[in-house]
Design a protein around this ligand. Structure first.
Ligand SMILES: [Fe+2]
Ligand SMILES: [Fe+2]
Length: 300
């Protein structure tokens, strides 16, 4: 009997390919007219969306096909059980940054920055703009959840825009047609507007698809203020923070903190420059900042 092949763990050449794609979908305001969801006429909107999909690289398309097919409610729940007991190892924050830095991919000539440099560029821009220390630190740690890749997790279970599982999919999530391949799509109870949730229950009760956001939120949840935790947990939830979808599930706390997720997003997407930050010179500042909020060892 033929067995079903396991889904390709690495459809993308590297993780940046997904982030570059997100940046194309959501270009910096004023920099490009290519944003696909601008039209108010629903038919026009669909047209723009289709254009957009057809422009995507085959690797990115395949990445989304796998992500939308395999990120079921049960999958997201099983991954929470597997990883959120945080009993894999104990590492300080700087140590985790160096650990993540093994994820360098030098096969892509466009990506000359390491993971550590992306984190420092993000936090340095936040610092230059005069934001509070917890905000700078949030920028520094925001992608540390990508260490999941080093533990054998497939790309489509680490990055990608996140979306609620257990209720109807928004068609503002990119590549919505691939949701038809998700087994939950066939389950009517999981495809009503609220699905398994009460209206207004709050995002904390909503199980988003699994990825680096939920993981780093859990690692940091005892140490950073709620505003920073919202940035960590929802920075890839574009259907909410850029498309204003899923408002029926929000509670007051979510509505209050959306502005912080908005405040963070430009630093994540638009601070990549080719000038690498001076890691050695910056390290003392960041070691002090880390020590102000985190213990020497953190559970991962
Ligand atoms: Fe991220
Ligand atoms: Fe990032």
């Amino acid at each position: 009997m033929d067995s079903i092949p396991a889904p390709n763990p690495t459809p993308l050449q590297n993780l940046e390919e997904w982030e570059d794609f997100v940046k194309e979908v959501y270009p910096e305001p004023g920099k490009s007219a290519a944003r696909p969801f601008q039209a108010t006429d629903p038919e026009k909107q669909k047209e723009q969306f289709r254009d957009y999909e057809s422009d995507a690289r085959p690797t990115v398309r395949e990445f989304y096909r796998l992500n939308h097919t395999y990120q079921t409610y049960d999958f997201a729940q099983a991954k929470r059980k597997e990883f959120l007991s945080l009993n894999r190892r104990q590492m300080g924050i700087w140590e985790a940054m160096e650990y993540l830095n093994q994820l360098v991919d030098d096969s892509d000539p466009d990506t000359d920055l390491s993971q550590l440099q992306h984190l420092l560029q993000t936090s340095e821009q936040i610092r230059r703009d005069g934001h509070p220390r917890w905000f700078i630190l949030t920028g520094l740690v925001h992608d540390l959840g990508k260490i999941l890749c080093l533990w054998g997790e497939p790309q489509w279970a680490v990055v990608g825009d996140t979306f609620p599982t257990g209720c109807r999919y928004s068609d503002k999530v990119v590549f919505p047609k691939f949701f038809q391949l998700n087994p939950d799509f066939q389950n009517a109870a999981l495809q009503s507007e609220n699905g398994m949730y009460e209206p207004g229950c709050g995002l904390d009760k909503v199980q988003l698809s699994w990825g680096h956001d939920e993981y780093i939120y859990n690692v940091c949840k005892d140490y950073l203020p709620i505003e920073g935790l919202y940035m960590l947990r929802y920075h890839s939830f574009y259907a909410w923070h850029r498309e204003a979808e899923y408002s029926h599930l929000l509670n007051d706390q979510d509505k209050q903190n959306l502005k912080w997720v908005h405040a963070f997003n430009p630093y994540d997407l638009y601070t990549k420059s080719h000038t690498p930050p001076d890691v050695k010179a910056l390290r003392p500042f960041y070691e002090d900042l880390i020590a102000e909020f985190f213990p020497g060892k953190v559970r991962w």
